[in-house]
Write a protein that binds this ligand. Sequence first.
Ligand code: ADP
Length: 619
Amino acid sequence: MKETLKRRTDLIVTLVFVLAIVAMVFLLRKETAQPVVEVTGDGLYNPGTYSSVAMGMREMTVTVTFSDTAITDIQLEHEETPGIGVPVCESMPAQIMELQGLGIDAVAGATLTSNAILDGVADCVAQAGGDVEALKAITPVVEQEEDQEMTADVVVIGAGGAGMAAAVTANQEGKTVIVIEKTSQMGGNTALSGGALNAVEDGSEMAASTKDSTDLHFQQTYDGGDQQAKPELVEILVDKAWEGVEWLKSLGMEFEDTPVTVAGGMWQRGQKPVEPEGSGFFKTYQAYMDENQGITMQYNTKAEELIVEDGVVVGVTCTGPTGNTITVRANNGVVLATGGFAANREMVNEALSTTDKWPAMTDVVKTTNTPAITGDGIAMAQAVGANLIQMENIQLLPLGDPETGSLSGNIGHGPVSYIFVNKDGQRFTDEGGRRDDMTLALFEQPDTTMYMIMDSDTYPNGDELNNFGERICDLVDAGRAYKADTLEELAEMIGVPAENLTATVEEYNRYCLGGDMEGQADEFGRTLFADVDGINNGLNNPPYYAAERVPTVHHTMGGVEINTETQVLDTQGNPIPGLYAAGEVTGGIHGTNRLGGNALTDTVVFGRIAGTNASAFTK
Ligand code: ADP
């Protein structure tokens, strides 16, 4: 009995002792935020230089040099996208070296690039005999800095397309500007877009050759959104679009000579930047800031709450990079440009619950958006009395990556050059039609999956890029696109009946080749068979290409209500003094369905108006 008691007491003492040590280790860890396994001391690595090939936007070679105790050098050979991946390639190796660890978060909007660097270095660590898991457990120790106050003439919240257009415009008005951005770089969704913005110059040669006008742009935008948009805002959008392009050109941005038809854009008026994706906008805005003083970029800083004094919005309270509070005040106005809410599942599902437009399963589809696009600005504006309009107007695209929902891997250059087929090898929609119509049609297809089919007119060689800066040969190598010399082989690769695919293409080609069906709409209502250069002579130039695509949430057309001066309106329809908004955070510009290519026009046109008017505002 005594013996048992003693053994039990011994056991309890041992247990308490072990628990105490565990608790001490835990507390010590918390206090110093040190990694679980500390990698210091001799013999951590087999010294030398090791290389690894990782997949970012394209293949990159990561070369790491180790001493026996440390990572001493990281070199990258890459072709990542300027303005999106390149800044990460510049900053992340230094971060890893400083930390001597791999517990670093991927940069929102540049996850592919970030993960490629982290994976490449991890592989080199493994090759050098290091402990990869231990290094992944090392995270940066952040010491909270003191709270801070900052003041500028104009405060812009969000460094995406609209925010940067507003910031540069305000600076051109002679104002100092602080731009608050919650991620570590500018760009937002704008940077991830295909890059083209709809704009037509009335009376120009190009407008004549494409039979285009601002009136047609207005009509297509207004009707394309089922006439739900505020017409006075649509008028501004189309009337000021070309001026916006000229402004961008005056800042040095370059565009292709011939406009494109953006998917769901309905007309050939997409002015396509020379740089891939939306990167050209940010390269341009950065170049402006390099040349001109007065714009302060406040990165890794999340705007939390608008400051209202005597009914006027005078600034914003933010959480800074180290968790400190940063209070930013404006001498003039505040511009809200935080984008939409497509990456906020709860808000999207709430919006979907108020409309029966989309099938029930829409509440699980992924999004094209960066994770930062969570509707923060909408909540902030609502908290100071702003009216929200048309929140139920959510746009889905039929062009999402099956794994991630993103637009990456989309091989389409424009609907003029492709068809969509379902898993039976059959077409099911007008590829030149409205985005909502195309996506609704896709929801009805087997497994809600389709393949985009193209030929070598678009990709004459493997180095040719898609709209997202990806080389077609890399997409094929990565298994994200398919390439075959014949339609039969392509059909086999993607698992659709070959006889159906060949028959589908044959029928489609009848409309493109200027034969009996020339000038007519096909059974799906498609009339888009040739563009201004007449490059579309059907799908008959092998090798052929295919890529799988699924529905994805893309744009939220609802948001904060504004007037033609971009002043945010309250629930009574009165402007909230000091508060301006532009871009996807606003509602009422696009109606139920946004034309492809109109979002970037929206950012430039309304961003510029907001920048001008916030500059002119006085308390
Ligand atoms: P738009 O097309 O309307 O310009 P974008 O998606 O391009 O919208 O850009 C919105 C930007 O706003 C993104 O860079 C995003 O990280 C930023 N953002 C969103 N919420 C906040 C917030 N609370 N504080 C600061 N920046 C934010």
